[in-house]
Design a protein around this ligand. Structure first.
Ligand code: GDP
Length: 660
């Protein structure tokens, strides 16, 4: 009678026999085999006590956890030191906890509210973000410890990996750094196997993904921005410690700043005997990049990319900055949006484009438009060359199936179906052609005044190049002093040396003019400026330079236009071409007619239309101009109503600079 059946004890404890038996066995109670085994009552009582008290403790803990946490108010961003003071602990304790969270931070480093929230739980606090005005809706407390506050209505927005571009002077180690980062994530064997770079890749660090654009250089960065794609969240500026700040370092800084992208500095090659970190930091400071360890707010990481040194810390810092940036995207957006990173036509595979998803999830089979191309996603590959079926925000993928190679910086979007995709792409191509015709050139000194008056332009962006630093500074200072009530000068970039392609790119992306003082213009830069309609003016006398800028601001440089007659053509027949419209079959009776120039259409000696000649064909070929005695097909933008005998009178307008 001093014994009890195991199954009876289980019933009393409201437990399954299968759960109780192992516990009894673990406790070393003799003769326990299954539910029918008998154990002595004393042992049974002890086990019962133990299990019941364990349950009570668990329940108490739950009640405790359910109690609201003590709350502290924190600003959106605060330093590790300030956070420690709020909690009343030593900053080093906070740093230690941050390390456990995979974040390496100095005491002056800023942490975002999300991180502060997670940290605070360690000391039994919840955080409330201070709001500066009553109009800002209050931020909810974390529902559960460990979870970031959920924002109402933002259900679809999910965090996405940050996208990084590596910039810096040539030979400072950008490529080596990108390779070193990639190596952190794949085995040496895999690394060797990845022969094809697709223009971007992703690494996973402490469970967080980071996307790197694998095309180092600010030129690539800015040419994408010029086309309207801003894909970069953070710029990593590589500065070699043995060379310090060089001209392209400054260019890169200005490119990043013009795009409003935060900069993390990697002082590289610290393994070299001639490395001088102090001097490099000093020079960075002169560029307004004050390192944190000197009390500033620029994150500086010391690396030796060649040896893989400092890479971990760099990744930590990127994630830290990304956390503050709180980059988010809709994963399940109806419309997918991606930026084209690079594209080419492969002889075997056809058009191949690498795109970086910015919104939504791109799937195999999706009908898409990319710039002026269209198609259906036939196949997708990730950065390791593996075939994938879908890709979400911040993921770089190589896609097959487009009708042609889009331009880097073009936007890829999903369409309802292939028909719609084709129609949109064709419309865009047509619009692009028209835009080209009516292309509004970039700002020039001559049209500055009109732009001030008509478009409310408030500043004249300038890229300045000079022969030596002394004159650069002198011109800079003089320019900055020029202003009137309506407009002021803003120097986007200034540097020493010839005007180069990077200057033109920056000027083009920032709608700036390029002013050169005692410098030449590279041939390639001149070609690019001509193609991009960027104005370059060079001077040998500072006074002349400033005089022109001043005159431009007050409208004294605005040009006067004079009409120059080009020639005439007579309409001899009209043709209707499906999908194209009416084409006038003409004979050039005098002078010449020129594509993209202006024309007047005369009927019975009266002007019935004035516009731009957009199509000029001879037989099947598109021509730039046709001269007297030739037949040609003509289309004029916005006019279809040609009649036999109409005269097409071609002319151009020439700007005549005013004498100042
Ligand atoms: P990029 O022009 O900025 O892409 O520079 P690269 O990555 O091509 O590097 C230029 C040269 O510097 C190469 O010979 C690299 O091996 C070397 N290099 C890059 N990083 C380091 C480094 O951390 N230490 C040393 N000693 N050499 C480096």
């Amino acid at each position: 009678m001093n014994e009890i059946k195991v199954s009876d004890l289980a019933r009393q404890l409201k437990m399954k026999i299968g759960e109780l038996v192992p516990i009894l066995k673990d406790l070393g109670i003799p003769n326990v085999v299954n539910g029918t085994s008998m154990i002595d009552k004393e042992s049974a009582m002890a086990v019962k006590d133990m299990i019941l008290s364990e349950r009570a403790a668990k329940k108490a803990k739950k009640v405790e956890a359910a109690k609201p946490l003590k709350t502290i108010e924190v600003p959106k961003n605060l330093s590790v030191r300030d956070f420690a003071a709020k909690i009343g602990v030593d900053p080093s304790d906070v740093q230690r906890k941050l390390v456990e969270m995979g974040i390496l931070a100095t005491v002056n480093q800023q942490i975002g509210a999300d991180v502060a929230g997670k940290l605070a739980e360690n000391w039994g606090y919840a955080v409330k973000i201070q709001t500066s005005s009553a109009a800002t809706p209050p931020v909810k407390q974390p529902a559960k410890p460990g979870l970031a506050p959920k924002q109402k209505g933002a259900g679809k927005l999910l965090p996405r990996p940050p996208v990084i571009t590596v910039m810096g002077h040539v030979d400072h180690g950008k490529t080596t750094l990108l390779d070193a980062i990639r190596r952190t994530n794949v085995t040496e064997h895999e690394f060797g196997g990845i022969t094809q770079h697709i223009g971007a890749y992703q690494v996973s660090w402490n469970g967080n993904l980071i996307t790197f654009l694998d095309t180092p250089g600010h030129a690539a960065f800015t040419s994408m921005r010029k086309r309207g794609a801003s894909v970069t969240d953070i710029a990593v500026l590589v500065v070699a410690a043995d060379d310090a700040v060089m001209p392209q370092t400054i260019e890169a800084i200005n490119h990043a700043r013009a795009a409003n992208v935060p900069i993390i500095v990697a002082i590289n090659k610290i393994d070299k005997p001639e490395a001088n970190v102090e001097r490099t930091m000093q020079q960075l400071m002169e560029q307004d990049l004050m390192p944190e360890e000197w009390g500033g707010d620029t994150i500086v990481v010391k690396t030796a990319a060649k040896k893989g040194q400092g890479i971990d810390e760099l990744l930590e810092m990127i994630l830290l900055l990304a956390e503050m940036g709180e980059y988010k995207a809709e994963v399940s957006a109806n419309k997918v949006r991606a930026a084209v990173i690079e594209a080419k036509v492969d002889s075997g595979r056809g058009p191949v484009a690498t795109v970086l998803i910015q919104k939504g999830t791109l799937r195999i089979g999706a009908p898409v438009i990319a710039g002026e191309t269209h198609g259906k996603i036939k196949a997708m590959f990730n950065d390791k060359g593996e075939r994938i079926m879908k890709a979400g925000p911040s993921t770089p993928v190589e896609i097959l199936g487009l009708s042609g190679a889009p331009n880097a910086g073009d936007i890829l979007e999903s369409a309802k179906n292939e028909k719609e995709a084709r129609a949109i792409a064709e419309k865009r191509a047509e619009e692009a052609r028209r835009e080209k015709v009516a292309e509004k050139s970039k700002i020039t000194l001559e049209d500055l005044y009109n732009r001030i008056k008509e478009e409310g332009v408030k500043k004249l962006n300038v890229v300045l190049k000079a022969d030596v630093q002394g004159s650069e500074e002198a011109v800079r200072q003089t320019l900055l002093k020029i202003e009137n009530d309506e407009v002021r000068v803003d120097i986007v970039h200034s540097g020493v040396g010839a005007v180069n392609e990077s200057d033109i790119l920056l000027a083009s992306a920032s709608d700036a003019i390029v002013l050169g003082f005692n410098v030449k213009v590279d041939v390639r830069a001149q070609d690019m400026a001509d193609a991009d309609h960027v104005e370059i003016r060079t001077y040998n006398v500072i006074y002349e330079l400033t005089k022109d800028v001043r005159a431009a601001m007050s409208g004294m440089l605005a040009p006067v236009y004079e009409e120059v007659h080009l020639g005439q053509a007579e309409v001899r027949a009209t043709f209707k071409v499906p999908n194209v419209g009416i084409i006038a079959g003409c004979y050039v009776t005098e002078g010449k007619v020129v594509r993209n120039e202006q024309v007047r259409i005369l009927r019975d000696d009266k002007e019935i239309f004035k516009g731009v000649l957009t199509t000029l064909k001879h037989l099947k070929d598109e021509k730039k101009e046709m001269v007297q005695g030739f037949e040609c097909g003509i289309q004029v933008d916005g006019f279809q109503d040609f009649k036999e005998g109409d005269i097409i009178d071609a002319f151009t307008e020439k700007a005549i600079a005013r004498a100042i």
